[in-house]
Design a binder for this molecule. Structure first.
Ligand code: NAD
Length: 333
């Protein structure tokens, strides 16, 4: 029996993890708060912890987990920028993630944001409910014939590119590891990051957050973008310097921004704060722009993706219990 403390549990996590564990020998301990150094004692007696994007697995937290006898940190997400992997390795803690789950979930959400923002569906929805049937201010542009720039052509970026090709867009891409065969098949052109910024009407980010990619979108890169361009980020918040983003919106240089992630989202996204005063002034400012659309890190939230996530997580916990190898591609340490 492997006891697993699941942090930051939401009802949809419980609904998918519980049935996925039917065949496994897993005892779940569902906890609704996040894992930080301070909350480590709640994992006492557990051999594994299951965590998500905003749990804070810094060195102190990992050392305390190892002290308590935890053997495995199982991330139920793809990104792992919130885990100090060097420390985990030194502490001999295994860390796994879910390397692949429905990339369609995330890609389709990126496209949903683009269509909503461009055609102002979010504003139209509110207007019509107020019986305001006027169309002033709702003018968008045809995607057909325009140029999209996909930054990062991994699993998700490639699908976004293919969907946008289906709309009749020209698609440019940049990636340090270009996939020439795929690009040839789908009529995608790899260009330099600067050329992508300068030529794209829509720029969509699909790369991981690393020390090198932090603030990839900052004042200088925003200046390179076409006036009126739309920026989409469903990857990680800190790929964008929010202060510079707000400046580019205030000046009117950017045509619109859709975000599913935000650099300071921890403690805000995934929570119902509707009865509280929002303390984050930059998020509050972003929410005042008519041409900013924000969802709270929900791109992964489809039944298919949740089932994939639960399956891989359970397989890794069962592997730990049986002393067998973890799911291929999921091992980080
Ligand atoms: P992936 O590993 O398949 O692809 C990432 C690609 O980015 C790779 O091809 C890599 O070479 C490229 N890359 C790395 N550095 C780059 C740079 N400087 N410029 C351009 N490209 C660069 O990853 P994926 O499955 O496609 O996921 C992409 C990101 O999406 C993840 O890292 C994660 O942060 C994010 N994500 C978000 C959600 C959500 O719910 N919002 C869900 C899943 C994943």
């Amino acid at each position: 029996m492997i006891t697993t403390a699941v942090f930051d549990t939401k009802p949809y996590d419980r609904d998918h993890l519980q049935p996925a564990a039917v065949s496994g020998n897993i005892e779940w301990r569902f906890l609704e708060f996040r894992l930080t150094h301070d909350t480590v004692p709640t994992a006492k007696g557990a051999q594994a912890v299951c965590v998500f994007v905003n749990d804070q697995l810094d060195r102190a937290c990992l050392a305390a987990l190892a002290d308590q006898g935890v053997k495995l940190v199982a991330l139920r997400c793809t990104g792992f920028n919130n885990v100090d992997l060097v420390a985990a390795k030194e502490l001999k803690l295994a860390v796994t993630r879910v390397p692949v789950y429905s990339p369609y979930a995330v890609a389709e959400h990126a496209v949903a944001l683009l269509l909503t923002l461009n055609r102002k569906v979010h504003r139209a929805f509110n207007r019509v409910r107020e019986l305001n049937f006027a169309l002033n201010g709702l003018v968008g542009f045809d995607l057909h014939g325009k140029t999209a720039g996909i930054v990062g052509t991994g699993k998700i970026g490639r699908i976004v590119a293919q969907i946008l090709r289906g709309f009749g867009m020209k698609v440019l891409a940049s990636d340090p590891f270009p996939n020439a065969e795929w690009a040839g098949q789908h009529g995608v052109e790899y260009v330099t990051p600067a050329a992508l910024a300068g030529r794209s009407d829509v720029v969509s980010l699909h790369l991981p957050l690393t020390p090198e990619t932090k603030y990839l979108i900052r004042r200088e890169t925003l200046d390179l973008m076409k006036p009126g361009a739309i920026l989409i980020n469903v990857s990680r918040g800190a790929l964008i310097d929010t202060t510079a983003l707000i400046e580019a919106l205030k000046s009117g240089h950017l045509g619109g921004v859709a975000l599913d992630v935000y650099e300071e989202e921890e403690g805000i996204f995934f929570e119902d704060l509707s009865g509280q005063v929002l303390q984050d002034d930059e998020l509050a400012r972003l929410l005042t722009f008519p041409n900013v659309l924000i969802t709270a890190h929900q791109a992964f939230l489809t039944r298919e993706a949740l089932a994939d996530i639960a399956r891989t997580t359970v397989a890794n916990l069962v592997a730990l219990d049986g002393g067998r190898p973890f799911v291929e591609g999921s091992v980080l340490t």
